[in-house]
Ligand binder design. Sequence first.
Ligand SMILES: [Zn+2]
Length: 293
Amino acid sequence: MNMNDYIVRATAANAQIRAFAAATTELTEQARVHHGTSPVATAALGRLLTGGVMMGSMMKNPMDVLTLQIHCSGPINGLTVTADASGGVKGYVNVPDVILPPKNGKLDVGGALGQGILNVIKDMGLKEPYAGQTILQTGEIAEDLTYYFATSEQIPSSVGLGVLMEKNNTVRCAGGFIIQVMPFIEEEVLVKLEENVSKIQSVTSMLDNGHTPEEMLSQVLEGLDMEVTDTLPAKFDCNCSKDRIEKAIISIGKKDIQEMIDDGESIEVKCHFCNTAYHFTVDELQVLLEKSR
Ligand SMILES: [Zn+2]
């Protein structure tokens, strides 16, 4: 499948429902290539990237930043995803090479995560960022985000996320949807929505059958007068640079930089989010030492 990634935003039933869907095959594959993730780690990261990029697009301002952080006791140890308001997203897992036997014929994402907590941090340029914390429900990520919306934001939601791998362990398809109901929703609309949600195929089946985000939404919102509001491109986007890494090194302080210089060898620093390696010679470290306090 060679379509570019994008997010669709829609409303239904006279704005009693708002809906998001995304195709994220390319950005999930990019994340896999950057981090060399195993199939189960790719599935976990792809689901969180997909949820994150849609949640990012819910924010109002171009400078807003959303971070989804999972701390967990399972072998993947943790995941971090950061998204902006315009379709950019990046992320990593703590243990990229985790291998688990399949569960019921599927990649065992829940087993990889185990028990843990989900932190949702929205930095909207205010002094204090918004932060919500919930306990993981299943570790399958979609259910965990549903629970977060219900308890932390008091917005009843239905979240579907899916990543399907090829036999050669590249990403075959990835995507998902988020449906949210407004407090003033009429009972009959809610009943119809719940009926639709209970009937639809899994996200991976829909994607594998070639359904676009629009087609996924029109199945979930069938008979509810869906209106697409807009679409925006989605991409794996890391804004790291040698300059940013320099600032990070300067911030660790003179003592630690001096130790690196005393080791007498150039150092390599990798960006967590995209795994790009940056090299600093002893001479360059000397310059950073001058700039440090
Ligand atoms: Zn980077």
